[in-house]
Design a protein around this ligand. Structure first.
Ligand SMILES: [Zn+2]
Length: 358
């Protein structure tokens, strides 16, 4: 079966695959890769690993199978060269534009005219990179790879990405009837006081976000609980850790001083990375992109992608602009010409059987 790129994208977009529901698309992708000479393994969480033989140094393409919501019953429209949904759902171009471009490039190449190709299509990417964290990186043979998973024009290269830590907790006070507040310890009051001392949003090189605050259970009782979740993002592991420790101290000291106690957990979410701007690898990726007329732009990303975990595991993976506009919204779109160009870039990389330092 030979599909046009637009048909390929539409087929993928119309298979529902919100995070946690990647089963059907996983089967589709596995069959497609096997049809085009890939040896494919699905791990216990649903990540797909594929390998196709060829000549020269192998190269890795990474992508993710899942989408955000609303991502069910997607209908794809093409109008004046722009691909979008009907407006009731996301489009799923994040990351299916890249996956479709990859399948299309695979379909139009063969073992005989390509380098060995390695493919990793993860699940649960949109859930804090949950899938790739379960992946067995020891099976990867490539030293270099790309994922097109940054919402930015083609030619964009993420050279540095953030790291994140979670701080989730609950202040435990004491319940009492509204009529006798002195018998209780108002956890909500304590929580609000502590939060008023926290600078949220951008803190120099850090991003601090408190969300999902909950307190109390009914109208006529002093709330005995105040729970929260918080995420701290930044570029430096030690700075992030210090910030989280400071927050823990602040919450703990205040809770204690006001007669309550704090229960909490902190958790490292994903590792950061930094690519060397002048490395052979960076120049190689730039060369592949500029051959298709892309203007190179190096950026620092405040978000994350599966590339964080590849880089953390010693495989140099560049997260590249995927030409999507407004992903994670019902106004998500991508130009067909960009989708085609992305596939051509992938094809060029596949057919380049020389080594990176040539
Ligand atoms: Zn994505």
């Amino acid at each position: 079966m030979n599909r046009s790129l637009f048909d390929q994208f539409t087929r993928l977009a119309e298979i529902d695959s919100p995070t946690g529901d990647e089963e059907e698309i996983g089967v589709y992708l596995m069959e497609w890769l096997e049809r085009y000479d890939f040896f494919v393994v699905k791990d216990t969480v649903g990540n797909l690993y594929g390998w196709r033989d060829g000549q020269g140094d192998s190269f890795l393409f990474s992508g993710h199978q899942d989408t955000v919501e609303p991502g069910r019953g997607i209908k794809v429209e093409l109008k004046e060269g722009i691909i979008r949904s009907t407006g009731k759902t996301i489009l799923g171009a994040d990351n299916k534009a890249s996956v479709a471009a990859l399948l299309h490039a695979i379909q139009n190449t063969s073992m005989a005219d390509c380098r060995p190709i390695e493919v990793v299509l993860s699940v649960g990417e949109e859930n804090g990179l949950a899938g790739i964290q379960q992946f067995d990186f020891t099976q990867i043979k490539s030293k270099l790879g790309v994922c097109f998973d940054k919402s930015a024009p083609l030619g964009t290269m993420v050279m540095q990405s953030v790291e994140a830590m979670n701080f989730d907790g609950e202040i435990i006070g004491k319940a009492a009837h509204t009529g006798t507040p002195e018998k209780g310890i108002n956890a909500l009051e304590i929580g609000v006081q502590v939060l008023s001392e926290v600078k949220m949003g951008r803190n120099e090189d850090l991003l601090v976000n408190f969300s999902q605050i909950n307190a109390g259970v009914c109208r006529n009782a002093v709330p005995d609980s105040f729970s929260f979740i918080c995420e701290v993002r930044g570029y430096d592991e030690l700075v992030i850790q210090q910030k989280v420790e400071d927050l823990v101290d602040l919450f703990q000291d205040k809770s204690k001083a006001m007669g309550s106690r704090l229960v909490y957990k902190t958790e490292y979410v994903y590792p950061t990375y930094q690519h060397d701007t002048h490395s052979m690898n960076a120049r190689y990726i730039e060369k592949m992109l500029t051959k298709h007329g892309c203007a190179i732009e190096h950026v620092i990303s405040g978000g994350s992608s599966d590339a964080n975990f590849f880089n953390h595991n010693g495989i140099s993976v560049y997260d590249l602009g995927d030409a999507t506009i407004n992903p994670h919204t019902t106004d998500e779109r991508i130009a067909l010409v960009d989708l085609e160009k992305m596939s051509q870039i992938m094809t060029r990389i596949m057919k380049d059987t020389g080594s990176v330092d040539d």
